[in-house]
Write a protein that binds this ligand. Structure first.
Ligand SMILES: [Zn+2]
Length: 383
């Protein structure tokens, strides 16, 4: 067993050189498996292939057998390069220039993964109790069907319990230390179809025009506030994204009209309570209508407490910055993990994620490693 001398920057370069665009594994998990194996982690490669979706490779690695089990969750898959001509460097080259390391996934989030593995390397030899584990998926940027959700189910089925989880997504808007995510808003999309009876525009009394009702429902949905925000979340928002009738004839009253709207909701609601709310609004207008839904994720919050205090303390000790505990932004795999254990997110600076010339500062990768090491040391209360 070798410990203590794993260079996070070299590991990040190695990971960037694995072209792991979702759903390709690209050698990234194999590289992690090798490095973690050398440190004494027991590795499980988990391949899931739900029909209708691309099969995906995942990795669960654990050092130790006893609880508590501190888990780091992340992904090695990356979004496509985009326009290759837009890049000034090889997107899979892992080049270092002017203090930055370049490549697809440098920020989102091979940098976080490399930092955590290097941090773990520094503490495993001294770990006297508990376990350190990594849940690394290859399906975060894709459908998220054959990834974290299924790994979590596999863990539960195999008696693997997680006690706390740190997700290494790039949470900082500008500087390392800016922001820890302690929850996320929920997101759901509603489709409203309002039906009537088609007819001649000159004889509206013989038809039943659905459009005034559609307009009234849209107006009430958009202008009835759901709340004014909660302790850690902004107010729930509803945005109408389209209203479609598709009627080319000016002398025909259409039989149907349709609207689509997206709701970003806080922890005062669940997707079910929002569905009931929207149904009430539409029923208040009356007539025949149909609401259908796609729920992308429920809102969740790990209330500020032990885990967020510990992570924020480690960040402040290393950077001098007291991070904001935030619930802003899009969604992440934390939305699945939160059903199993407390989860917070902290990683690198996200400014260039998904862009051309994605990069992070070498100094930030080194600093993040120190932060993660400090998190582990204070979680297990040693050194
Ligand atoms: Zn990510």
């Amino acid at each position: 067993m070798t410990t203590g001398s794993l260079d996070p920057v070299a590991l990040l370069q190695g990971l960037i050189r694995c072209p792991s665009v979702t759903p390709a594994e690209g050698g990234a998990l194999a590289l992690l498996e090798t490095e973690l194996g050398k440190l004494g982690f027991r590795c499980h490669r988990l391949r899931f292939e739900e029909p209708g979706f691309a099969p995906v490779e995942n990795l669960y690695a654990r050092f130790g057998t006893a609880g508590p089990n501190f888990c780091f969750a992340g992904h090695t898959d990356v979004v496509p390069v985009g326009d290759p001509a837009g890049w000034t460097v090889d997107p899979f080259g892992g080049e270092i220039a002017a203090g930055n390391i370049y490549g697809r996934g440098a920020a989102d989030m091979k940098g976080g993964v490399a930092a955590f593995v290097a941090a773990a390397a520094r503490v495993v030899a001294a770990l006297r109790h508990g376990s350190i584990s990594l849940l690394i998926t290859g399906d975060e940027e894709g459908d998220a069907v054959n990834g974290t959700v299924k790994v979590l189910e596999w863990l539960a089925a195999n008696g693997e319990k997680l006690d706390a989880c740190l997700v290494g997504e790039p949470t900082n808007p500008n500087r390392l230390g800016d922001m820890v995510k302690i929850g996320r808003r929920g997101s759901m999309t509603g489709t409203l179809k309002v039906s009537g009876t088609q007819g001649h525009a000159a004889y509206p009394h013989l038809a039943d025009n659905p459009l005034p009702r559609l307009a009234a429902m849209c107006e009430r949905l958009a202008n009835t506030p759901l709340d004014t925000g909660s302790d850690h979340f902004p107010a729930t928002t509803l945005a109408l994204t389209t209203i479609d009738v598709g009627n080319p004839a000016s002398n025909v009253i259409p039989a149907e009209g349709r609207a689509v709207f997206n709701i970003r909701f806080n922890d005062l609601h669940t997707s079910d309570s929002i569905k009931r709310w929207a149904d009430q609004i539409c029923a208040g207008v009356g007539g025949r209508y149909e609401l259908s839904w796609r729920v992308s994720g429920e809102s969740f919050l790990t209330p500020p407490g032990q885990l967020s205090t510990l992570v924020a303390g480690a960040i402040e000790a290393e950077t001098g910055i007291a991070p904001e505990l935030s619930t802003t932004g899009g969604t992440s795999d934390a939305r699945f993990i939160r059903s199993y254990c407390p989860v917070v997110e902290f990683g690198l600076v996200g400014q260039t994620m998904h862009k051309v010339d994605e990069h992070v500062a070498v100094a930030d990768v080194v600093k993040l490693t120190a932060i993660y090491e400090r998190v582990l040391r204070s979680y297990f209360r040693f050194g």
